[in-house]
Design a binder for this molecule. Structure first.
Ligand code: DGY
Length: 350
């Protein structure tokens, strides 16, 4: 009698939609367990359902730690996160158990770069206050006034007006954002990055300058210089202990009063209280944040929500159909490759 092959159990912590789920459902050897609601499944559901799983697809707001790995048991071969960031996964525990980790880089670089520039423009041009005026029906009374709701212009005002774009983190998303800023007329770029290797910095400088001949400067700098020189500062680096509160009071105090700061990475990189204080006291002009420490528990009392010069959106930096369907597809491909024991499409080296 032919032996019946045991199905592999995979757990998907959020339904990935009609474009992506069939890629899993059409696999005859899989037993797919999926949280069927639009909201987060919660750890309790994950701990219960992951028992005996061979692989899982998880979201960036789920902490994947020893407790989850223990609940899964020894079959777990692959964790696939539908995100480029993976600071929510305990890499030590993962490596200890020889589990593979897949993520979804590249596909979201353009959508996150687009939303980064959007946040810079919104923060610089007082969009929060401006839309409030209209929504509260105050347009007629407020009228048009010569300097009403003015802010710093993002584009340089003349060829002599040399502007600098700064980056914390200088990976694919930052470089896609830089390309957009060059379109606005920026000619100087400064950044801080994890690598301190001068040869690597030289190589980056040469590559970026060859790609964008109008750039006069591409320079890796120290944090203080970055704070002092950036007209627009983009935070696009990974979260985790290495970058925790890299933007704090000391940093913010050094920024230009007309500068705009954008955080489209992880909330933990910015000390929210310090940023709220900085905005209140005018150390910089404005901030646009897609992420905030403690999210999603952000209420209307949050100091940054209350700040008129802070535009906050709820972690939707990559929320385009193109990116999200692409991310879901890569997440499934990573999972299937991990189950098959072949190299993942995008594997995090741990
Ligand atoms: C990610 O994928 O890590 C990003 O936060 C998406 O916006």
């Amino acid at each position: 009698m032919a032996e019946v092959q045991k199905k592999l159990k995979v757990v998907v912590s959020l339904d990935l939609g009609p474009e992506v789920m069939p890629l899993l459902y059409n696999q005859p050897n899989l037993d797919v367990v999926v949280w069927p609601h639009e909201s987060a499944s919660g750890k309790e559901w994950l701990l219960k359902n992951i028992a005996g799983a061979d692989g899982c697809i998880i979201m960036l707001f789920e902490k994947i730690d020893a407790e989850v790995f223990d609940a899964a048991g020894p079959n777990l071969k692959v964790v696939s996160t539908m995100s480029v960031g993976y600071d929510h996964v305990d890499l030590k525990e993962l490596a200890k158990r020889g589990i593979k980790l897949g993520n979804t880089p590249d596909i979201l670089s353009d959508s996150v770069a687009d939303s980064s520039v959007m946040l810079a423009l919104m923060a610089g041009r007082n969009t929060k206050q401006a839309t409030n005026v209209v929504e509260k029906g105050e347009w007629p009374g407020w009228g048009w006034s010569p300097y009403g709701l003015c802010g710093p212009q993002m584009s340089p005002n003349s060829p002599q007006d040399i502007r600098t774009v700064g980056f914390i983190g200088f990976g694919r998303i930052a470089q896609a954002t830089l390309a957009r800023m060059i379109g606005f007329g920026y000619t100087r770029c400064v950044y801080v990055a994890r690598s301190k290797d001068p040869a690597r910095a030289k190589e980056i400088e040469q590559t970026i300058k060859a790609r964008h001949p109008t750039l006069t400067t591409v320079q890796r700098v120290e944090l203080d210089q970055l704070a002092r020189e950036s007209d627009v500062l983009y935070i696009l680096a990974p979260g985790g202990p290495e970058t925790y509160h890299i933007v704090n009071e000391t940093f913010l105090k050094q920024m230009k009063k007309t500068a705009v700061l954008v955080n489209n990475a992880r909330g933990t990189l910015v000390d929210s209280d310090a940023l709220a204080k900085a905005l209140k006291e005018g150390w910089l002009w404005g901030a646009g944040v897609d992420v905030v420490e403690g999210e999603p528990n952000v209420t209307v009392d949050h100091p940054l929500v209350k700040e008129p010069r802070c535009v906050m959106i709820p972690h939707i930096g990559s929320a385009t159909w193109e990116s999200r369907i692409g991310m879901g597809t890569i997440a499934v491909q990573n999972l299937l490759a991990g189950l098959a024991g072949i190299p993942l499409v995008a594997e995090v080296q741990v």
